[in-house]
Design a protein around this ligand. Structure first.
Ligand SMILES: [Fe+2]
Ligand SMILES: [Fe+2]
Length: 182
């Protein structure tokens, strides 16, 4: 195989890396000002991130696990914990602190998935039939509708637990602090 072929990202990598970039853009635009959240944009981000996580949890991770004879990827447990923390962060009314925490987690998490030995590269190396099946399933992954926000004590407790299990905590944000665009 020519060096350029080995280095060129495959179609599954390209599709999901582009989705990361699109979601990063929506998350960034959700922060209308230092203290205000654009709810319409944030809802698009929430629906998009939940769909993205669903594709990884229901399609990518199982496909790689099947390919490995039933053994999950060593990194799968951590990816799932991150997904749990992210999904829980989408439940309460958004605050600059919540947005900063989502961005912090995604920054680490996306780099792991996009890496040369990450889940996306592995999916592009699946046998042809399996890879085609995965590609078709990704194309028809259902859209997700978002629920109303909840700030109940139960949700906040769940959030605290999900963050701790994934090794994160809520980021602290000064009231006037503006996020640097990434
Ligand atoms: Fe993920
Ligand atoms: Fe991802």
């Amino acid at each position: 195989m020519a060096e350029t072929d080995k280095e060129r990202p495959g179609p599954i990598t390209t599709l999901l890396v582009e989705d990361h970039r699109r979601l990063d853009g929506l998350l960034c635009s959700s922060r209308a000002t230092a203290d205000q959240i654009n709810q319409t944009t944030y809802d698009q981000f929430r629906a998009g991130l939940l769909r993205h996580i669903g594709m990884e949890e229901k399609l990518l991770l199982p496909a790689v696990q099947r390919w490995r004879g039933g053994a999950p990827l060593p990194v799968a447990a951590k990816l799932r914990l991150d997904h749990g923390a992210l999904a829980t962060l989408l439940m309460p009314t958004p605050t600059p602190q919540i947005l900063a925490t989502i961005r912090r987690i995604l920054s680490d998490h996306n780099a792991v998935e996009e890496g040369p030995d990450g889940i996306y590269a592995l999916c592009d190396q699946l046998p042809d039939t399996e890879r085609q099946r995965l590609w078709d399933a990704l194309q028809s992954a259902p859209t997700v509708s978002v629920m109303r926000h909840s700030d109940s004590p139960a949700v906040l407790k769940t959030l605290e637990g999900a963050l701790a299990r994934a090794g994160y905590r809520l980021e602290t944000v000064a009231p006037s602090e503006k996020d640097e665009p990434r």
